[in-house]
Design a protein around this ligand. Structure first.
Ligand SMILES: Nc1ncnc2c1ncn2[C@@H]1O[C@H](COP(=O)(O)OP(=O)(O)O)[C@@H](O)[C@H]1O
Ligand SMILES: [Mg+2]
Length: 148
């Protein structure tokens, strides 16, 4: 498949997902272009998390396609989504309370050196850079997130 230069980075077409009788998403399509920040807003139960979970590979759509940089997928896996550059920051219920901000950001994909040693310095540096880029100010990145 050839990619046109104006293709959106992420394109979702006609995604639907039901849980038994509950129709969480019906025929949702959207496009996200490079550099774009898109907010998805809706009531509780509107289907926001279901949509993001399909994009993150945590849920398999019943119908529709997820097109990343011109390549079409009927579903993703968490590993495939991460390798395609899709990262998800879940709400507080999905955080590991006893770990700090840095560890939570890199959970499951910690950079390593010498094959297996966690590169904490790199994690701290990158976490700081990410949060700064998003203009998010957190007093300490080294405090457990569950600490009041
Ligand atoms: N794992 C699940 N099993 C059954 N129903 C679910 C599940 N996940 C979500 N739902 C239902 O799908 C609908 C959309 O939920 P959700 O995507 O969490 O909405 P939002 O994130 O916008 O609050 C709701 O009716 C919710 O109860
Ligand atoms: Mg939600």
């Amino acid at each position: 498949m050839s990619r046109k230069s104006k293709d959106p980075t992420i394109k979702i077409t006609h995604l639907s997902k039901s849980f038994g009788n509950v129709e969480a998403l019906r025929n949702v399509s959207l496009e996200i272009n490079s550099g774009e920040i898109l907010a998805i807003v809706g009531d509780n139960g509107a289907g926001k998390s279901t949509l993001i979970k399909m994009l993150a590979g945590a849920l398999i759509p019943d119908q529709g396609q997820i097109i990343i940089e011109g390549k079409s997928y009927s579903s993703l896996t968490p590993g495939r989504a991460i390798s395609l550059g899709i990262s998800t920051v879940y709400q507080d219920l999905a955080l590991v309370d006893c770990c700090d901000v840095v560890s939570n950001i890199f959970l499951g994909r910690e950079p390593v050196y010498a094959g297996f040693l966690v590169n904490r310095r790199k994690m701290e540096k990158e976490a700081g850079r990410m949060l700064e880029g998003l203009q998010i100010n957190i007093p300490s990145l080294n405090t457990p997130v569950g600490k009041p």
